[in-house]
Design a protein around this ligand. Structure first.
Ligand code: URA
Length: 213
């Protein structure tokens, strides 16, 4: 049984404060501000992108540019509001000129993401794009192969359903990817409902015991 939501939220606020002054990697010297993540601190669904871009760095909120607008539209199309979910990134600081995150930056930032998952207790985590997908699935299989394929994973000591999606920025560039993203998104309400009926931990334990087909 999870800890009470109010207590977890308080700890999330403490983590937010700690992250604001973070100097664990060199990105602290070039960022405008930390982009911790935003949304419902007790969300069933978390969405995890790569790293803040120009607009996010300026505003301190993830996915506020064009990609964020598309993400919000897809949420609304599927009966979810931005305020229902928690949105964050693997990196909490913007890499200069939006270059790829470096392994040392990922390692330095990873404890924040793991702790966010522990405190928010989502049942489903959507990784957005190749980068977050490979990292959180701990697999080299790329987004083109695994998008729309729910996987059971342990993240931040919690069992979750990892659901890889194309990055909305890629969808903005390629109409076919946008169609695919919309199709994958349409399965989300069902996945969330399934998780509500059968907690993932229980389901996987039962599977291990061979009690399911
Ligand atoms: N792309 C990301 O991966 N994250 C953001 O916050 C914005 C764009």
């Amino acid at each position: 049984m999870g800890r009470h939501a109010a207590e977890r939220r308080q700890d999330l606020v403490s983590l937010y404060r700690e992250a604001q002054g973070c100097t664990r990697c060199p990105l602290h010297a070039t960022r405008t501000q930390v982009v911790f993540g935003s949304g419902n601190a007790d969300a069933d669904l978390m969405l995890v992108g790569e790293a803040p871009g120009f607009n996010e760095d300026a505003q301190g909120v993830p996915f506020v540019g064009r990609a964020g607008k598309l993400l919000e539209e897809l949420l609304v199309d599927n009966g979810l509001r931005r305020s229902d979910v928690f949105i964050t990134n693997v990196l909490k600081s913007r890499p200069p000129a939006n270059r790829d995150p470096q392994p040392s930056e990922i390692d330095a930032c990873r404890p924040y993401l793991d702790r966010q998952v522990e405190l928010i207790e989502p049942r489903v985590i959507c990784t957005l794009g190749n980068f977050a997908t490979k990292l959180l699935s701990a697999s080299p299989r790329g987004i083109t192969q695994v998008h729309g394929e729910p996987q059971h994973r342990e993240i931040g000591s919690r069992e979750v359903v990892l659901y890889p999606l194309f990055h909305p920025a890629a969808a903005l560039r390629t109409p076919r990817v946008k169609e695919q993203l919309a199709q994958d998104f349409a399965r989300l309400p069902g996945l969330l409902a399934e998780g509500a009926a059968v907690p993932v931990q229980t389901a996987s334990a039962v599977e291990q015991l061979g009690l399911l087909d």
